[in-house]
Design a protein around this ligand. Structure first.
Ligand SMILES: [Zn+2]
Length: 105
């Protein structure tokens, strides 16, 4: 059984974690995304830059995240040490991206 290491969750905006609303909790638990009334998703940016910490060398750098997809995963090479990083991203209905990083090899 694989151990989940929550210390690898990056870019958590802790101040926002205290006012969890139902839509946000749904997003956290991977349920259907719920859009807030009055929040037009077309007005949200399509991408964002989020700092990740390389699991190989420990350096941080910003990586581009597409906000169109609630769940996505990709491999990219660290911009500092060039080793491959598996990035798992989840984007909540408010457009807030959370990234988890693992060594891809
Ligand atoms: Zn690195």
């Amino acid at each position: 059984m694989r151990k989940t290491d929550h210390s690898h969750w990056m870019a958590e905006r802790l101040s926002e974690a205290q006012d969890l609303d139902p839509a946000r909790i749904d997003a956290l638990y991977g349920l259907e995304p719920v859009y807030e009334p009055g929040l037009d998703p077309r007005q949200q940016p399509l991408e964002d830059f989020v700092d990740i910490e390389c699991p190989h060398c420990g350096e941080s750098y910003p990586t581009r995240v597409e906000l169109l997809y609630a769940e996505q995963q990709w491999i990219e090479d660290c911009q500092i040490c060039c080793r491959p990083i598996l990035i798992s991203a989840s984007v909540d209905p408010q457009g807030m991206a959370r990234l988890r990083v693992e060594r891809a090899s």
